[in-house]
Write a protein that binds this ligand. Structure first.
Ligand code: GLA
Length: 730
């Protein structure tokens, strides 16, 4: 396992427990991709074919050999300007405006442990404890004066290989990077489906599976954030691939800004699969010696279907992306003030909410938007992180002390990257906002985006926010981000093509400082719900609010889509009122709680409006969640049906030793005289028996997994069921 270089044929093999990845420096010193798939012994060099193909040109160094064309050969890091007309991974422009480069092998090094990327989030493996290793292959084009370090990190136990690239100008003149992707996978053959996760505000990460045909398909974000609309996780699956069988490749971008993911089935039925920085807005000049780091992509292959692929990616996120003391800790059950009061609160109401949270057995009160500046609606005060004491009826610290004295944690909402025109910060420093001189800005939720590509802007906001956290002993921060970037102009930059990328570096710099200065602080990411739910943010924020949509039925779909790349304990999920405030749907408390239990659990309502019976049920639900939290945190997650098509949505968590399991199901639709719905469990020990903790009934695992658990006939919509199973004797 690990990384091997075979000198004789200049072959690189990257091996994980179940997968191999191969590439080769060819006779012309170009780096060809040979293979990615199930573990392979020997060389895959024979897979590459050479033919004289019309309109597929040959580089000059191929001489008489018309069978050598980069238009057809599988490559590791294809560039513009070599005769390869498929989508390039790299486009550079020299100081004459000439586009392209031709990269050839220069050298390589193999390192133990997993590489890190300066200023960017990346998969980590502290002290190489998980047996990781890294490979850096340097390619060069001396004519253009450019060098590229291709980074590969191998996590053998997770079946994950990471990729990144560093583009360096070694010439005396400026070279501008117009495109720099992080991963390129060329397949010489294959019939694939592309799985992507599209969405919108309030309905993120819908599962979408389409066969690849002869065309380029691109999804991505030009919004300055990874976005609600498309998601930086994509899967190429063989046509026959299911949850439990078949080959599939996943790419997950460890980055929170704009991205592109592209697939292309070419003229020879070959497939190219790529992911990296969005080209939109990117025109990044490098002076002599300067570098641009293309952020990291996590890649994984599974030959046993989508379930295993999801585990590979989400286990890596859990164990090698999320950091800090909360990484493997059960997260506090919280009560958030947003859907309880929105911005209509005062100190007394908040104390009442804390009393209710305590009484219901919860762990934390979160004060959401509306506590700072003079913010009573969304038209003001972003950028002024000073406590509005008049509204709270006193200093924030008094409220926090009250909450702490109850034995609860205290959480606070911030939106650090934004500025309101009606704010002292804007009045003092209008240039801190991203705005184009001479044009009126495009507003989003009445707010503008702060120019985080400038250090002084980051420093100013950092100071303000730290002060509030420190002075008020804040335990948890909800970090929100509620609009897209449109006006790309930084008064601090001479080159506007750098702004979107440098902005994200500024964001990460802020978050890293917070991580270092407040190591115990739990941060929940948020962007109007899940508009910036990505592995990059999870490096700094161990959990992310999955969606502003708290309707349990929609949440089934959102959480299903999210589960393809991320662990349940990273998905913020709360119980809100019924009828739901966003769509009016009525769903029982049991079902709402069941659905929220498949993420970090909490409530987003005013218990003061509940009757005693409902409160008693909430108490039971909270206690129930706490009892099951270790299993949900550490167990294997199983998708048991597809909420987009199945009459019943079902899922489960099974402990690693298979001694304990929790299965849950929600009936999506009821009909007169229905057929019996069976929920097929998975992950149990074959031939073993399991007792349902609730009613003591014992079930044969084989029958549960081969046929399923029959659901009772019950009328009423969206009924939820759960089975907490423990292994037992017959
Ligand atoms: C966003 C968040 C919500 C809430 C509001 C506050 O929409 O997603 O959860 O915090 O902002 O303005």
């Amino acid at each position: 396992m690990g990384i091997t270089f075979y000198k004789k044929n200049r072959l690189f093999t990257l091996e994980t427990e179940h997968t191999s990845y191969q590439m080769m420096v060819d006779g012309h010193d170009r780096l060809l991709h040979l293979y990615y798939g199930p573990l392979l012994k020997g060389s895959a060099e024979f897979l590459v074919t050479y033919q004289d193909r019309g309109f597929s040109a040959n580089p000059y160094d191929a001489g008489e050999d018309r069978t050598y064309s980069l238009d057809a050969l599988p490559q590791e890091y294809p560039t513009t300007g070599t005769g390869d007309f498929r989508s390039p991974a790299l486009t550079v422009v020299d100081d004459r405006g000439v586009m392209g480069c031709d990269l050839k092998y220069k050298e390589h090094k193999i390192l133990s442990g997993k590489y890190a990327l300066a200023g960017l989030p990346a998969v980590y493996d502290e002290n190489g404890a998980s047996g990781s290793s890294s490979l850096v292959i340097t390619l060069e084009d001396p004519n253009v004066g450019i060098e590229v370090d291709l980074y590969y990190g191998v996590l053998p136990q997770k079946d994950v290989i990471t990729r990144s690239a560093v583009i360096r100008n070694v010439s005396a003149e400026t070279v501008t990077v117009e495109k720099a992707l992080s991963a390129n996978l060329d397949f010489v053959t294959g019939d694939f489906d592309l799985i992507t996760f599209y969405g919108r505000h309030g309905m993120e990460r819908n599962f979408d599976r389409q066969p690849l045909t002869h065309r380029e398909i691109r999804v991505g974000s030009r919004r300055g954030a990874s976005s609600h609309q498309y998601h930086p996780l994509a899967i190429l699956a063989e046509h026959e691939t299911t949850e439990t069988a078949g080959g599939c490749y996943g790419l997950s971008f460890v980055y929170s800004g704009g991205f592109v993911c592209s697939t292309e089935k070419d003229q020879y039925d070959q497939v190219r699969f790529q992911m990296g920085l969005a080209e939109y807005g990117l025109s990044y000049p490098l002076r002599q010696g300067e570098e641009l780091i293309a952020p990291e992509v996590m890649m994984s292959y599974s030959c046993t279907g989508l379930r295993q692929l999801s585990w590979n990616l989400s286990d890596t996120v859990r164990d090698h992306v999320i950091r800090g003391p909360w990484q493997h800790k059960i997260r506090p059950v919280l009560l958030n003030s947003w859907e309880a009061f929105y911005m209509d609160f005062n100190g007394e109401k908040l104390r009442g909410l804390a009393d209710e949270a305590k009484d219901l057995g919860m762990d934390m009160l979160v004060l959401d938007d509306g506590w700072f500046g003079h913010r009573d609606d969304d038209s003001s005060s972003l950028g002024d992180w000073t406590v509005w004491e008049e509204k709270l009826g006193g200093p924030l610290r008094e409220l926090v002390d009250y909450v702490h004295q109850k034995g609860l944690l205290f959480g606070l909402w911030f939106e650090p990257e934004m500025i309101s025109e009606d704010s002292d910060l804007y009045r003092e420093h209008p240039d801190y906002a991203l705005e184009i001189p001479g044009r009126k800005p495009v507003r989003g939720r009445y707010q503008l985006v702060l120019d985080f590509s400038r250090k002084e802007v980051v420093d100013t906001v950092y100071e303000q926010i730290c002060k509030v956290i420190r002075e008020n002993a804040v335990d948890y921060v909800k970090w929100d981000y509620n609009r897209s970037i449109i006006d790309i102009f930084s008064s601090g930059s001479s080159c506007q093509g750098k702004v979107l990328y440098d902005y994200i570096l500024g964001l990460y710099d802020f978050l890293e400082r917070l991580h270092q200065d407040f190591p115990e602080l739990l941060i929940e990411g948020c962007s109007g719900g899940g508009g910036r739910f990505d592995a990059g943010m999870l490096y700094y924020t161990p959990q992310i609010w999955c969606s502003d949509n708290t309707d349990a039925m929609d949440r089934l779909k959102i959480q299903y889509g999210t589960s393809f790349g991320y662990p349940a304990m990273s998905m913020g999920a709360h119980v809100s009122v019924s009828p739901n405030e966003q769509c009016g749907r009525e769903v029982s408390l049991k079902t709402r709680s069941l659905v929220a239990m498949a993420g970090t659990y909490g409530y987003e309502l005013d218990p003061g409006r509940m009757d005693e019976e409902e409160k008693a049920q909430v108490r039971l639900e909270v206690a129930h969640q706490k009892a099951l939290a270790p299993l949900i945190l550490n167990g294997r997650y199983y998708r048991l049906s597809d909420p987009f098509t199945a009459p019943v949505t079902a899922w489960g968590f099974v402990s690693d030793d298979r001694e304990e399991a929790l299965f849950a199901a929600v009936v999506m639709d009821v009909h007169c005289n229905m057929p019996t719905n069976y929920v097929r469990f998975a992950g149990l020990t074959p031939h073993a028996f399991y007792r349902n903790e609730e009613d003591g009934k014992v079930y044969a695992a084989d029958a549960l997994m081969a046929v399923g658990m029959p659901l009772p006939f019950q009328t009423g919509t969206y009924k939820g069921y759960e089975w907490h199973l423990r292994r037992c004797e017959e």
